[in-house]
Design a protein around this ligand. Structure first.
Ligand SMILES: CSC[C@H]1O[C@H](OP(=O)(O)O)[C@H](O)[C@@H]1O
Length: 352
């Protein structure tokens, strides 16, 4: 069950392209029917693209922000990194403010800031190398997580995934979708289900499109059909990504993850969270401390620009929720797997 995976077959979809002068972002608002890149020439354009979900997915927004810092550096004259850091800090703050929940954004900016502070007169080149390293390391982490996560799945299993955690959300291959890709390639996963993931429809617009590109047969379900599916026995694992994993193992992820975990536990199914260590935030003690992003309620009032709700109806649109560690069976990172996560198990792998 350890057949070598042909990773090249998953390389077609690239949400982030650095061309040496500007950052090209695949506009995910237009997928799956239009593949169009937005060209960002400055860091504030990158911040807007993150805020507007042109680029989305916890690791991907960290990578985009890192390249945003490289773009900001082109507007600054400074003798060394420390001097440049002082001038660039407002631009990093504007990038950081783009979205609050995924820790990968703050993590990437902190890593760029740290590299800058110790850089000499070659600080621009240092920033470019650091941004490239963040992107390259994410791809390697995803491939490693694919192996580690797939190994937990018994041959012939069915899986259900939520939101989009594939190449579109990362430097490539994906987190939860990387486990699914590896599990299908190894013959461990026999059936793949993806839910729509209202209101932004990452599942119906992005995940099943990615899997179709792979030639992986996936079945789309309504979010509201998930518990019925978990009851009928075709699924053994719910496999999802994460936006922030806390010191006690609580996980913030796309809205709807929490109720999937409740239903999975009720029906005796397992929950696997797959995320690189850049998503682990040992400085956040528990899910109660996570800021949950609330987006425009208008995202709930229509689909593809067509209104489906009467005028004057109020909507509430939190786009993440927190799944308590007690409902999670395994957290898969590139550094290893935490089974039955709790504060002690998290400390054993991540320190702190
Ligand atoms: C590997 S992506 C992690 C995470 O990000 C997604 O959120 P969004 O599409 O709003 O950026 C979703 O929560 C994924 O699970």
């Amino acid at each position: 069950m350890t057949e070598a995976i042909d990773y090249a077959r998953y390389d077609r979809i690239r949400p982030i392209r650095w061309n040496g002068e500007s950052l090209e972002l695949l506009d995910q608002r237009k997928l799956p029917f239009v593949e169009e890149y937005m060209r960002c020439a400055g860091s504030d354009a990158v911040a807007m693209a993150i805020r507007e979900l042109v680029v989305r997915g916890a690791p991907a927004i960290g990578i985009a922000a890192a390249w945003g810092v490289v773009l900001a550096a082109r507007t600054v004259e400074a003798a060394d990194g420390a001097a440049a850091a002082a001038v660039l800090e407002p631009a990093l703050q504007r990038l950081n403010a783009a979205r609050p929940t995924a820790v990968n954004l703050a993590w990437a900016l902190a890593r760029m800031r740290a590299a800058l502070l110790i850089a000499g007169d070659d600080w621009r080149a240092v920033l470019e190398r650091e941004a490239q390293a963040i992107e390259t390391e994410d791809l390697a982490a995803n491939r490693r997580m694919g192996e580690l996560g797939a190994a937990l799945i018994a041959p012939g299993s069915g899986v259900l995934t939520h939101c989009n955690t594939g190449s579109l959300a990362t430097a490539g291959f994906g987190t939860a979708l990387g486990v699914i890709r590896a599990g299908v390639a190894q013959g461990r996963i026999g059936k793949v289900f993806a839910d729509e993931t209202r209101p932004w429809m990452q599942g119906s617009r992005l995940t099943v499109w990615e899997l179709q590109q792979d030639g992986i047969d996936a079945t789309l379900i309504a979010d509201s059909a998930a518990s019925h599916l978990l009851k009928n026995g075709e699924v053994e694992w719910v496999v999802v990504g994460a936006d922030r994993i806390c010191a006690n193992g609580d996980v913030a992820n796309k809205i709807g993850t929490y109720q999937l975990a409740i239903s999975a536990r009720f029906h005796g199914k397992k929950v696997m969270v797959v995320a690189p260590s850049s998503t682990v935030d040992m400085a956040t003690p528990s899910g109660d401390a996570i800021e949950i992003e609330e987006r425009d309620p208008g995202e709930l009032l229509g689909v593809n620009g067509g209104r489906t709700v009467a005028e004057g109806v109020r909507a509430w649109n939190p786009v993440f929720d927190v799944t308590p560690a007690a409902l999670i069976d395994a957290i898969v990172t590139e550094k290893g797997v935490v089974e039955r996560p709790d504060a002690e198990a998290m400390r054993a792998l991540f320190g702190g």
